[in-house]
Design a protein around this ligand. Structure first.
Ligand code: GLC
Length: 716
């Protein structure tokens, strides 16, 4: 292979290189670029030499999120890459992908916990760390961020997303994509916005189930984070497994071509989810391999993840004209463009020495620990039992105090158990001179508790109950754990409960039988330390709930931004949505306590009447009226009072994290404009309509400082 062909000339524009390479490719090589293999090894060398594989997911199973994978090794990927680059006809590099969902070797909190930090800049920094570590190991494409807005905690994958709110998820989506990819021209790694679209609405919370959601809600909730990701320049998108409105998403040309590429303007690579193309036959919309290949391809999926359907079915679909050569070339162009943007033709190999040096650096660990600190939500603190001060004897009860890799949470493939301090080790380190006992035996705990200041009880679920294909029927604590709390409460010791979980749980009785409760999610490699820092007061907790906490499993799906309906509870007093349950969540979206206290006041708008097309500025004052420094998240919610479509009773339209010393006051300002005031109709047409808008500002979604303004029709 000469090294003087135009596509090998890095001085030429990418489009020129792509077109030159495309013109030299055979049909087999073109289809090969649209096939993603998995767990590649020497058995695949022939296919690689013949240009039949364009990409590989570095994973050995479809449920790699649930099993701890062998760490990826740069040497192994380099060996495969050498076959592609040096032994194939055109030397097109392989594109290696992996599910780096919340960190590579330096494991961050699960994305749901990250969302609780309301800290886009920190999430971006952690995404950058993950990208650098993954790229150093030879990974070019990370299947993250997961942008499925979810309101049903029975669904195990709520752990991977940014919670129930479209605005929060969109803000964090933009930050994550920019963190993973860096600058457009030379991508650090390719990010992947997934799972397009609406996967979080699986009926009954049961994974892979049908998506029951209206086109209108799809437009105004579930598509919003994908709009943000596309605006951030996301290089790839993954289509969802499920069926919506009568078609599997992977066969849905309206969703993938009309909306994703048409309305959102996405121009990158669209990949199916695992075997998503093959599964069209199981959905019953394709009767043969050829039909499935043609259907998935014509719907807009450029690449087939691991099923082999494109390699098997596209040649015949092309021969019969069901798929056009032009369309095939366009898909191949997108894949090749991505490879050039990643610099693979110039740097196809990974420096195997550098790979180890880059992993788990102290600075990376500290950044991730700051995110873990901010993700912790203080739910209760009766009698200011926290932070632990003036204590001589502290008890720690139960197995979770000894967890290491369980703290990673679901979808952790390259974290190392040996990197993780346990909560017990961290507490002992944070409480020098204090007698910290631990036992797994409840009788011992009850006996020792009588002579103990506080007993800390970490409860919750292990990652095996969280993540993909781990939906559950009951959101109560796992069996037996509640009894620990009640038994300890009965002996009169103060109980501090730490909840470790991949989803919101029903914590009504946990709150009842604990003096204090912190919700720490699955907090990642530094989670034990971050929890200990919060409990001992080195860190003042500032996390806010990214999902409403239900009183009972029977309430889900549950969220604050619901529609008013024709019979709102304010109008029909005493009407409960469920006759056997108080209305509303146990604790609301945006809620989180602090060791100090913040107050908001002086809410005002810049004008009572604002011409269409202009923004309105909303201001308020927040003050720390407590005795210690702390951070909080000031939240602004809005309602479009009368419009051509039903609008939520309130929805988040802005938030600002504020750090204040005792007595310190700060003015916060929000500029609210077209993007926040408008909405999409069911066809995706954006609408901005005159009329009254109301604002609420506060420290959670029950915010009660209220003001408003009128958007008028005069355009300026
Ligand atoms: C899985 C997941 C998807 C993941 C992909 C590759 O089934 O649905 O999120 O990125 O397959 O592992």
């Amino acid at each position: 292979m000469p090294d003087s062909w135009p596509y090998q000339n890095a001085e030429l524009p990418t489009a020129e290189r792509v077109n030159d390479l495309l013109a030299r490719m055979t049909l087999t090589e073109k289809i090969g670029q649209l096939h993603q293999g998995f767990d590649l090894n020497a058995d695949h060398h022939t296919d690689i030499r013949e240009g039949k594989i364009g990409s590989a997911i570095v994973a050995n199973s479809a449920t790699s999120g649930n099993d701890r994978q062998a760490r990826v090794r740069a040497a192994q990927l380099n060996a495969l890459q050498r076959v592609a680059v040096q032994e194939s006809r055109l030397g097109i590099p392989l594109l290696f992908a992996r599910d780096v969902i919340h960190g590579h070797r330096t494991v961050a909190p699960i994305p749901l916990g990250q969302a609780a930090s309301f800290s886009p800049e920190l999430i971006r920094a952690c995404a950058e760390i993950a990208a650098l570590e993954a790229r150093a190991d030879g990974i070019h494409w990370v299947f993250t961020p997961m942008l499925d807005v979810a309101r049903d905690a029975r669904w195990g994958r709520v752990a991977e997303g940014f919670g129930e709110d479209a605005f929060l998820a969109s803000t964090l989506a933009y930050a994550a994509v920019r963190g993973y990819q860096g600058e457009e021209k030379n991508l650090r790694v390719a990010a992947c916005a997934k799972h397009f679209v609406g996967y979080g609405t699986v009926e009954g919370g049961r994974d892979y189930n049908t998506l029951e959601v209206s086109a209108y809600t799809l437009q105004n909730v579930h598509l919003m984070p994908f709009r943000a990701a596309v605006k951030a320049g996301v290089a790839t998108v993954m289509s969802a497994f499920c069926d919506w409105n009568g078609l599997p998403v992977a066969a849905h040309s309206y969703l993938l071509n009309d909306i994703l590429r048409g309305q959102l303007g996405f121009q990158g690579v669209l990949v199916t989810d695992w075997e998503g193309a093959l599964e069209l036959m199981r959905h019953g919309v394709a009767g043969s391999v050829k039909e499935a290949a043609a259907l998935a391809f014509e719907a807009g999926n450029d690449m087939d993840m691991v099923s082999g359907i494109y390699r098997q079915g596209l040649p015949e679909a092309l021969a019969t004209g069901q798929v056009s050569l032009e369309a095939l070339d366009e898909a191949v162009q997108r894949v090749l463009t991505l490879k050039f943007q990643l610099g693979l033709f110039e740097q196809p190999y990974t420096d195997e020495m550098e790979a180890e040096r880059v992993q788990f650096r102290p600075a990376a660990r500290e950044t991730v620990r700051e995110l873990a600190r901010r993700s912790i939500v203080l739910l209760k603190n009766a009698g200011d039992v926290l932070p632990l001060q003036d204590v001589n004897r502290v008890g720690v009860f139960g197995p979770a105090a000894l967890w290491r890799e369980q703290l990673f949470g679901t979808w952790t493939l390259d974290g190392q158990e040996g990197d993780v301090p346990t909560l017990l080790e961290s507490l002992r380190g944070a409480l020098p001179g204090v007698d910290v006992w631990h036992t797994l035996n409840l009788d011992e705990a009850l006996d020792w508790a009588r002579h103990t200041d506080v007993v800390i009880v970490p409860v919750g679920e292990t990652p095996t109950r969280s993540g993909e294909d781990h939906s559950i029927a009951s959101l109560e604590l796992p069996a037996g754990q509640q009894a620990w709390l009640e038994a300890l409460h009965e002996v009169g010791v103060k109980v501090v409960t730490v909840v470790l979980t991949g989803r919101p749980l029903v914590l009504s009785r946990v709150l009842k039988f604990s003096e204090a409760v912190v919700l720490a999610w699955h907090p990642g490699v530094t989670g034990g330390e971050a929890i200990a820092e919060v409990l001992c007061g080195r860190v003042n907790p500032s996390g806010k709930l990214p999902m409403s906490l239900p009183r009972h499993t029977g309430q889900v799906p549950l969220h604050y931004a619901h529609h008013p309906t024709g019979r709102p509870v304010e109008v029909i007093p005493g009407a409960y949505r469920l006759s056997d349950m108080l209305d509303g969540p146990l604790l609301p979206f945006g809620f989180g306590l602090s060791y100090t206290e913040f107050r908001c006041s002086a809410l005002r708008v810049s004008a009572d009447y604002v011409p269409m097309g202009e923004s309105v500025t909303v201001s308020a004052t927040v003050v720390n009226v407590g005795a210690v420094a702390g951070e909080t998240v000031v939240q602004l919610y809005l309602r479009d009072v009368v419009s051509s479509r039903v609008r939520p009773v309130r929805e988040l339209c802005g938030f600002q994290r504020v750090a204040l010393h005792p007595g310190e006051a700060r003015e916060v300002q929000f500029s609210v404009g077209k993007a926040e005031l408008g909405f999409y109709d069911e066809l995706g047409t954006f609408r901005l309509e005159e009329g009254e808008f109301r604002f609420w500002l506060g420290l959670d979604s029950r915010a009660d400082l209220e003001t408003g303004f009128w958007l008028t029709s005069e355009r300026n």
